[in-house]
Write a protein that binds this ligand. Sequence first.
Ligand code: AVJ
Length: 319
Amino acid sequence: MSPFLLTRTLPEDATDAALRGDVLNGLTRTPKTLPPKWFYDARGSELFEEITRLPEYYPTRAEREILIDRSAEIAAATKARTLVELGSGSSEKTRHLLDELNDLHSYVPVDVSESALRGAAEALLEERPGLDVHALIADFTRGLALPGTPGPRLVAFLGGTIGNLLPAERAAFLSSVRSLLDPGDALLLGTDLVKDEDVLVRAYDDASGVTAAFNKNVLNVLARELGADVDPADFDHVARWDPQKEWIEMRLRARHALSVKIPELDLVVAFEEGEEMRTEVSAKFRQEGVRTELAAAGMELTNWWTDREGRFALSLATA
Ligand code: AVJ
């Protein structure tokens, strides 16, 4: 059996404290907001997996196409001996990359979900005996310390999840990634691209209502974790394209005036009829914007690959 190490850098109760802080902060401001990371309890993660199989939700398939077509090039360009994957989840798409990285010695998946890390590591260790897997339970938006695995390192942040960060958060995140890179290391970044509004909105408001259920699931998280007496049926799912900011916003709109008691926070939150609470920003990118943001964080864009339809991009950047 190959070595498998799991390191927890998040205290067991960190998630709890962070959720309380985010909910208190987000629901007492105008307009109300909740950070998208709270979608992903067990049910939310299942719903997201379902989203990735929807006909309207193209990003996962587009990114997989790029990885299938370009992994050999990525491997040749980086010669990585360590692959660090931020927000690794099930590590499914990463397989294509792992298969081409012939010099790979260590795989470092980083996720907040211990169950996702264990599941992914187990599957991987069967396929790649001899690979060192050093999983990190960590919130990569809060600064990271990486294990001392051999370089060159390739840090991958796939799925377009960087789009969930607001511009200032993105800048801070990219700077912290930059600080992990030694000369010769690289970042592989997945970004969804600006495109036709209808295509974008449909991807976040699918006909079968899976994204609506995913969005409303955050209310179930508040009910279970904080005792909130909130009924998801009192809210409608909303997905809007903001052409200035070039991002999709998901919101939950109160169908009528209501108030939500959150005993764990000693809080009562009033919603007006039609009031919208923002639950996610999913920014879409252009090559020049990605290049500029990478440069501002001290990195240089060296390769830009898109799927054949030009919907999604993978960027390779060096320190
Ligand atoms: C997992 C953050 C990439 O923003 O497209 C899917 C999450 N939200 N449908 C995205 C999501 C609504 C997804 N990311």
